[in-house]
Design a protein. Structure first.
Length: 253
């Protein structure tokens, strides 16, 4: 089940960080590493710092974007400092570990780590269901990439061990969440694109002045985390609105 928890490194610029990440993952039993838009490829320095976890480097998957790395994931959590400008559903590391393990029972999930110098962009952060902030010393918050990976992977392992040891009830894991059928990241993006186009067609959003409507709607749906069937209902509603709009446009002509 831990193999369904995907570690995604975005825009990594130091090969040593890739190797150290592999080591951090393997000590906690995780094995699936994705490199999205890496500035460098794993090299001899990476292998040296992997310290016996070179198999993870060997099987690492390189993709061209965050979207590709998370497309088939039903849950995506981004590591991020708390932001005043992007108010997104936040988790503590322990909560993140529990959610990752609970959802990984049904398929791939992802924990996304940003660039060493400036993290993830707002657009990338908005593609994730939750953000997780590591409560470091506020007077010195300088965690390197591998340290951050180690902390989240540790919390995932703690949640996994609690789940394995539990017999009659799930301890420290949201069992109800694992039983639900959630849409993949790609399906969610298709929904948001459909929603935005419909809101444009009804003039609810003005293309030249879109404001923050879609950002707030993304935050709403991330907070509620709708199931696949619920999303299909919403897509059906949008389609019915599209048909009425198209019919009225034809009449006007």
């Amino acid at each position: 089940m831990l193999s369904n928890i995907r570690v995604v490194l975005v825009g990594t610029s130091h090969p040593g960080n890739i190797g150290s990440t592999a080591r951090a993952m393997k000590t906690m039993g995780l094995s699936t590493l994705y490199l999205a838009e890496p500035k460098v490829e794993p090299d001899g320095h990476s292998i040296a710092l992997a310290a016996g976890a070179s198999d993870i480097l060997k099987h690492a998957i390189t993709v061209g974007s965050v979207e590709e790395a998370i497309a088939d994931c039903s849950l995506v959590i981004a590591t991020s400092a708390r932001s005043r400008t992007l108010d997104w559903p936040m988790l503590e590391p322990r909560e993140a570990g529990e959610k990752l393990v609970g959802s990984a029972l049904n398929g791939p999930v992802a924990i996304v780590f940003g660039r060493e110098n400036n993290g993830l962009t707002n657009e990338e952060l908005q593609r994730c269901d939750y953000h997780v902030a590591i409560p470091a010393n506020p007077e010195y918050t300088s965690l390197n990439l591998a340290q951050a990976v180690q902390i989240i992977c540790y919390e995932a392992r703690v949640a996994h061990l609690a789940q394995v040891q539990s017999t009659t009830e799930v301890v420290a894991v949201e069992a109800d969440e694992s039983e639900q059928d959630y849409p993949s990241s790609k399906e969610r993006e298709n929904f948001f694109e459909h929603l935005e186009n419909t809101l444009f067609s009804t003039n609810f959003i003005v293309k030249n002045h879109p404001g923050q409507v879609m950002t707030k709607l993304r935050r709403l749906f991330s907070r509620t985390r709708i199931e696949r069937q619920e999303m299909n209902i919403l897509r059906g509603i949008l389609t019915s609105v599209d048909k009425v709009v198209a019919k009225n446009e034809t009449k006007d002509k």
